[in-house]
Design a protein around this ligand. Sequence first.
Ligand code: ADP
Ligand code: MG
Length: 386
Amino acid sequence: MQYNLKKMEEADLNKQTVLVRVDFNVAISNKKIMNTKRIDSTIPTINYLESKNCRIILVSHLGRPRGVDMNLSLQPVRDYLSEKLNKEVYFIKNIESINETVNRMNYGDVAIMENIRFYNEETKNSEKFSKMLASSASVFVSDAFGTLHRAHSSTVGVSQYLPSYAGLLVEKEVCEISKLLDNPSHPYTVALGGAKVSDKIKLIQNLSKNTDRFVIGGAMANSFIRAMGFETGKSLVDSVGLAKQLLDSMDNKLILPVDVIVCNESMDRETIRNAKIDDIKINETAMDIGNETTAMFRDLIKESRTVIFNGPMGYVENESFENGTKAVMDAIGSVNGVRVAGGGDTLSAIEKFHMENRFSYISTGGGAFLELLEGSELPGLKVLLK
Ligand code: ADP
Ligand code: MG
């Protein structure tokens, strides 16, 4: 799929007032930002607009507030940005004061608006609200890759009223993800894990057009194990019907576990054992891929030239069940080719194990990353196409 983006480098942005939608939806605990990657990834776009002497108004959401909720304020992000950019970043408390702030700004100055989802008009993509947002600026730049799958006022609505361009992060993400869809090198392996088959079915269907195989682990694999007629005990199982359907339609591309790490419900260490998939007891829970499966997945990954990784292979929140995920990521690190990861919990796992260097590209998107790979039309991307 070719995405012909309206790139901001192609526009005359000199001394414009630019509304920039970014995705600063980061985890914040006690006013401390737990991971700054999403913010850091937009710095090139901010720097570019600074170099064009623009007045920059950053807009983002944070979490899912219902109305104003100061626990989800973007103030900590403003403070971090000030530090990072080494200058004052204006804070716009509400939409009514945008113009007043813009009038105080010099060219090259940066402002950030309070959490845009404090207004419920945002997610409704309200026309009036979009117009109001747009009225403060002369140009719209969208750099919120992680939110492009949402048709909201600040991702889609404003583009009706302003010339709109893709920022550098969106450009990079689309370019890297397109490589996975257009003429990829083979062998091409998708390592899929995580919670549910139903979350990943469209992805499997679309990617199966040009991938060679899916190595499937995580809780997701349990649905397949059940669909093959085996006992899965107390394991997390999602849609067995969907798993059956996939087994019937493309089983030669689906590589499933032959063994799993199981334990009893209380997760007592003494109950942890490696079990063949036809030997899971009714009181046991499958928590990770087994040793033989791990070795098999590792070999298939290593000989690949393109690998996508989405979804942990086990319950990585507990260290007893992180081995499969770590081994898969290690194998990806030795692949001579394209090695891309994406997904919310996937990123957390990569960061937890400090395995960022195993990948040639790590997407900042969760849902947007998956939807782009699914071949879905992302509303926030559509408005940035020529
Ligand atoms: P992503 O957000 O990267 O797309 P998912 O949301 O699909 O990933 O899945 C991540 C979650 O799946 C993790 O929290 C992990 O603990 C869980 N998980 C993986 N394997 C298992 C398992 N065998 N049993 C229970 N949970 C699992
Ligand atoms: Mg998730």
